[in-house]
Design a protein around this ligand. Structure first.
Ligand code: F6P
Length: 359
C-alpha cells in the first residue's frame, strides 16, 4: 500500500516542471490521500546529509506554481550518484542515495527528467527495489517515445519569438541575423522555431551543410530585393571540418556554444552582408511555461500518480496522439530520437523553400 511518495526533478530545468509537481501533489493528496515529499536538487537531496526534502501540500501548490518557470525543488545535471563528481574524480555514491531514500521513508518515487536522468533513476530503482515512475522533460525533445517532453513547446515558442523580434531590426538595418538555439544533438528546436519564425535558413546537426549553399540562398534573397535574412542554427551543428563548436568539456559531457558566430562570420565573408549573431542560451529554458507545456505537465503528473496507485512501476508516461500513455522505462530510455530526415518538419521546410544547408 502506498501512503507516501517522493518526487524529484533532475537534469536541466525547463518550463513546466512546477506544473508537473503541482499536478502530482493534487492527484496524490486529494485523489488518494497520500503524502508527497519533494526531494531537493535532484538525487543530491538524498545523497547529502542531512537529507534535503520538504512535504508538499495542495495549499502550497496553487496556480501560482502552474505559471512559475524553473523548478521549486531545484535540480542538477552534474550529480550522477553512480559517478558523482568529487575533487576531480567520479565517485559511486549510489549507496548513500539509497540510504537517504530509506531515511525519507516514502513508498514510491516519481522522477521528472530527460533520458539521462531517467536512465540513472531507473538504475537506482532497480538497485534498491524502488517503486518508480518517470515523467519526461527536456527542451531538446529527443526522447522519441513521447511526441512532446515537458519544456520543448515553450522553448520553441521562445526561439520563435526571438526570430519575430530579430526580423524587424534585421529589416531596418538590411542585416542577416543568425540565431543560435539549444537542443543538444538534436535539431528539433531549430526546425520548429525556424519554420514558425519564418527563417530563411535552418541548420540542424542531422543535415550536413555547405557554406556555399547558405551564401547562395542569401544572395538570391538580396537579388530579389529582400532587405533582411534570418538564419537559425542548432548549437550542435559542426564546423565545416566536422568538429563540434564547444565552450567547455568539463564534467561528463561537452557544452556546445559558438556555432552561431562561426556561421555568421562565414556568411559575412561569403556574401558581404552585415551580419549579427544572437545566442539565445538559457532564455529558452526559463520563464513561464506556455499552454501546451502546462497541459502536458498536468496530464503527465496525474497519470504518473495513477500508475503508482494501480501498482504499475518502472514506467514512463508519454504523450502520443493527444493521449497520455505509458511505456516501460527501459524502452523509453533506448528511444533516443534526433530529427529524422523524413520528418514532416523537414519536408515542410523544404516545401517552403527554406535552405537546410545541403542544397
Ligand atoms: O539538455 C537541455 C540543455 O538545455 C541543452 O539544450 C543544452 O545543450 C544544455 O542543456 C545546457 O546545459 P547547461 O545548463 O549545463 O549549460
Amino acid at each position: 500500500m502506498i501512503k507516501k511518495i517522493g518526487v524529484l526533478t533532475s537534469g536541466g530545468d525547463c518550463a513546466g516542471l512546477n506544473a508537473a509537481v503541482r499536478a502530482i501533489v493534487h492527484r496524490a493528496v486529494c485523489g488518494y490521500g497520500w503524502e508527497v515529499y519533494g526531494i531537493c536538487n535532484g538525487t543530491t537531496g538524498l545523497i547529502n546529509r542531512p537529507i534535503q526534502y520538504r512535504q508538499l501540500t495542495p495549499q502550497m501548490c496553487d496556480s501560482t506554481m502552474l505559471r512559475a518557470g524553473g523548478t521549486m525543488l531545484g535540480t542538477t545535471n552534474k550529480a550522477n550518484p553512480f559517478a558523482f563528481p568529487m575533487s576531480g574524480q567520479a565517485v559511486d555514491r549510489s549507496d548513500e542515495f539509497v540510504e537517504g531514500y530509506r531515511e525519507l521513508g516514502v513508498d514510491a518515487l516519481i522522477g521528472i527528467g530527460g533520458d539521462g536522468s531517467i536512465g540513472i533513476l531507473h538504475k537506482l530503482a532497480q538497485k534498491a527495489d524502488i517503486k518508480f515512475v518517470a515523467i519526461p522533460k527536456t527542451i531538446d525533445n529527443d526522447l522519441g517515445i513521447t511526441e512532446n517532453a515537458i519544456g520543448y513547446s515553450t522553448a520553441v515558442e521562445v526561439a520563435m519569438e526571438a526570430l519575430d523580434r530579430l526580423q524587424p531590426t534585421a529589416a531596418s538595418h538590411q542585416r542577416v541575423m543568425v540565431l543560435e538555439v539549444m537542443g543538444r544533438d538534436a535539431g528539433h528546436i531549430a526546425i520548429a522555431a525556424g519554420i514558425s519564425g519564418g527563417a530563411d535558413v535552418i541548420l540542424v546537426p542531422e543535415i550536413p551543410y555547405k557554406i556555399e549553399n547558405i551564401c547562395n540562398k542569401i544572395k538570391r534573397l538580396q537579388e530579389q530585393g529582400r532587405n533582411f535574412a534570418l538564419v537559425i542554427v542548432a548549437e550542435a551543428v559542426k564546423d565545416e571540418g566536422g568538429e563540434p563548436v564547444v565552450v567547455s568539456q568539463k564534467w561528463e559531457r561537452i557544452r556546445y556554444g559558438g556555432i552561431g558566430h562561426y556561421i555568421g562570420n562565414k556568411i559575412a565573408e561569403g556574401t558581404g552582408a552585415d551580419v549579427r549573431v544572437t545566442s539565445l542560451g538559457h532564455i529558452q529554458r526559463g520563464g513561464q511555461p506556455n499552454a501546451l507545456d502546462r497541459i502536458i505537465a498536468s496530464a503527465f503528473g496525474v497519470h504518473a500518480v495513477d500508475l503508482l496507485a494501480n501498482g504499475q512501476f518502472d514506467r514512463m508516461v508519454a504523450w502520443q496522439n493527444r493521449k497520455v500513455v505509458d511505456v516501460p522505462v527501459s524502452v523509453a530510455i533506448n528511444g533516443y530520437q534526433s530529427l529524422q530526415l523524413d520528418d514532416i518538419l523537414v519536408h515542410t521546410a523544404r516545401g517552403l523553400g527554406i535552405c537546410l544547408g545541403d542544397q
